[in-house]
Each structure stands twice: as C-alpha cells, then as structure tokens.
Design a binder for this molecule. Structure first.
Ligand code: SAM
Length: 379
C-alpha cells in the first residue's frame, strides 16, 4: 500500500470523512460509499479504506476546526513520519492522543503496544490444515509464522476474495489471534463441541477443520443472518460436521447435549482490534465495557452446566481490558469450584498460569486477544 494516496483516492477519502463524525463507524461509511460508487475497483477501494483508517488513527492530532481535506493531509503526513521512524513520536504523546483517556484504568499502555496501534495492521489468512506451504507458493507474497502452523501473513496486493484458491475453499481470511483461539480449543475428530457465539463462523470453520470434518459442532448465535453467512462459508470449505441454531445467550439453551468442549467467543469492546478499526477507539466507552462484562459473565454462566465430565470450556474476547478478561476469569473461577484451570496449548512455555493467555498485538503482529480455559472435574 503506498503511504501517500494519489489525488483521486485522497478526494474519495475526504468525501467519506466529510460525511461521518468521529463516533460513527468508518467501516459502515465505507461500505455505503462503495455501494454508491460501484465503478471503483478493489485495489482502489482498498487504498481509500486505508486512507480513511489512517485519518482515524491520527484523529486527536488534527485540528477539528480545519476543513476535512486539510485534516486528512495532516494525518497522512503524520503517518508517513511515524512509519519511517516509529520513535519519532514519543510514547507519552501516543498515550495521551492515540487512545481514549479511560483506557489507562483498564490496561497497561506500554510504548510497544501504543506503537503497534498506530501501524498498518497485518493481513492473516488460514490455510486448510497442512497446506500452508503449498498455498504460500501458489499465492506468492506469504510469510509463515511459528505461532500457528496454518497461518500465513499475506503481504501482496491482489484481491484475495477473487482468487481461485479462495473461491475453491483453500483458505479463509482469519486473523492470527483468532486462529490461536481455535488452537487453544484443540478439538479432536469425533468430539461434540458448542461454538456459542459463532457469528459468521470464523472459529466454527477452524474447529471443524481441526476435527477433520468428523464429530459435531453446534454453532449458535443470536443473529440468523450471521449464521446464514456461516453456512455459505462452510459450503465453500466443504465442511459438514456442524449444525446451526439460534440462541440469545439466555437460560433457555438450544440443546440438552453435554459437550466435550464449549467455546464462548463472547461479544466484547474489541480493544484488541483498534489497530484495524481505529474509529472504534472514539466510539467505545467505559459503559460499553461494563455492559459487555455483564453479558460475558452471563454467557459463561449459561453454558457452564453443559459440559461432560472432563469437558473443556474456552473463553475468548478480542479485547485487552481487565474488566472483560482477567476479572471475568477470576470471578468465574471463584464461582465454579467444579471446574479446574485447563492449561492451554497456546500458552508460552514457563507461563505462571497456562490456563490464561493474553495475546498482545505487538508480540504477534495481529489483533489482541484474551483466552482462558477450564475443565469440568471428573468427580
Ligand atoms: C466476537 S463475535 C463472534 C465471532 C465469531 N466467533 C467468529 O469467529 O467469526 C460475538 C458474537 O456473539 C453474538 N452475540 C452477541 N450477544 C450474544 C448473546 N447474548 N448471545 C449469543 N450470541 C451473542 C454476536 O451476534 C456475535 O456474532
């Protein structure tokens, strides 16, 4: 992606910015704009999106009284300077301007974390099990990682959705942190799992692949449209070891089945995705964090009784706030003596508590994520 957009891209981005306020979702504004400008080609759309996201990353540095074009030009200059030399902007300045003030009470704002937030995010794909090396060769511009065997960082410019490899189900676009959640679950072929907040199925498909299309995954969500997308994606990947059901997270469960494993990939404030969705920094409030923590705890409570003896419960959130991560895990552990901490296969060796992993964006060059695991004691 060129650091400085051409004039046409700049003008499109400025038009979009003129139509939205800081607390509106930039991704939605982009979608509406692209729907109204169908002639734009995917590479141009990518550059426009990148330019709009750069603006939101540097928003607090900009003078709100100056016209959108001037603000955008300033944001792009800051981004160019930062990319050339990340230390050119002091960590204290980043702490004061790159994130909302309330975040400091919810997590430690290290210079490394803050610098990672201002970088362009990496694009990760998940190859089908055991095919990463071959896929990397056929797609070009892919780098492997030691964190996950099937993960590839894509550094090319082609539109991945239009590749033959994508349409034939050879890979999914999935962030490395999300792939690590699947690896933390470590489901075995033939097991029965419940993906309670399956959404569009990113993790369901990964679990189904890890289970080699054998066994059964209940994929539930409160939004039927998301489950429809899940079914389309599963069809493309030729994965059939799942069924879908609606579940609103309440005490009326979709099934009386007892599971070998349950994944609660809960709705969260998404702080771990703030490099990718910089506008969300200014649209998320401490009230959101408080309300989401209540939902997260309720989801865990609702499903805790659905484990078989020895069954595993995995909790994941793409956020880094204490209220939604360690505080949830602490309170849930205290309330459930029938569960024991489950060491996670993704925990770094020598970890003092391998049943909990905080994935930091600056360490894995991907989204931030928290994962915790428990197992129902056998007796
Ligand atoms: C983090 S997203 C899930 C992403 C998905 N697991 C994936 O990997 O693609 C959280 C999901 O929880 C769902 N959700 C939100 N509140 C819920 C609730 N109370 N009960 C069940 N699902 C809920 C949302 O619809 C959303 O799809």
């Amino acid at each position: 992606m060129p650091l400085m957009p051409d004039q046409a891209t700049f003008n499109h981005a400025a038009q979009i910015l003129a139509s939205i306020s800081a607390d509106q979702r930039a991704d939605l504004a982009l979608r509406f704009y692209f729907e109204a400008h169908r002639y734009l080609q995917p590479p141009t759309k990518r550059e426009i999106s990148h330019t709009v996201f750069v603006y939101f990353r540097w928003l607090s540095w900009l003078d709100p009284k100056s016209p959108p074009q001037k603000r955008l030009a300033h944001a792009l200059t800051l981004h160019e300077r930062f990319t050339a030399d990340p230390k050119s902007i002091k960590a204290e300045t980043l702490a004061a301007l790159a994130v909302p003030r309330w975040l400091a009470s919810e997590m430690e704002l290290t210079p490394e974390y803050l610098r990672q937030l201002q970088r362009d995010p990496a694009l990760w794909i998940r190859a089908r099990p055991g095919t990463a090396a071959a896929l990397a060769k056929s797609l070009f511009a892919c780098e492997r990682t030691d964190y996950a065997p099937d993960a590839l960082r894509f550094t090319g410019t082609q539109d991945l959705f239009r590749t033959e490899q994508f349409t034939s189900g050879q890979f999914e676009i999935q962030d490395l942190a999300s792939q690590l959640v699947g690896l933390a679950c470590a489901p075995k072929p033939g097991e029965t799992w419940w993906d309670t907040c399956a959404g569009e199925g990113g993790k369901t498909l990964h679990l189904a692949d890890l289970m080699a299309n054998k066994g059964l995954i209940w994929a539930t969500d409160r939004h039927p449209k998301r489950l429809d997308t899940l079914k389309r994606r599963a069809g493309r990947a030729k994965l059939f070891n799942y069924r879908t059901a609606l579940w609103d997270g309440g005490t009326h469960l979709p099934t009386k089945t007892k599971f070998d494993g349950i994944l609660v990939d809960a709705p969260c404030s998404g702080v771990g995705t703030w490099s990718r969705n910089p506008h969300a920094r200014w649209a998320t409030s401490p009230d959101d964090v408080r309300e989401l923590a209540v939902t997260q705890r309720a989801l865990l409570e609702a499903v805790a009784g659905s484990l078989k003896p020895g069954g595993r419960l995995i909790y994941s959130v793409c956020t880094l706030t204490r209220s939604e991560t360690t505080a949830i895990a602490d309170a849930f552990t205290l309330a459930h003596p029938e569960l024991e901490p489950l060491p996670l296969p993704i925990a770094p060796s020598g970890s003092s508590d391998p049943s909990r992993v905080m994935l930091w964006p600056q360490e894995i060059n991907a989204n931030g994520m928290f994962v915790a695991g428990w197992r129902l004691k056998k007796s």
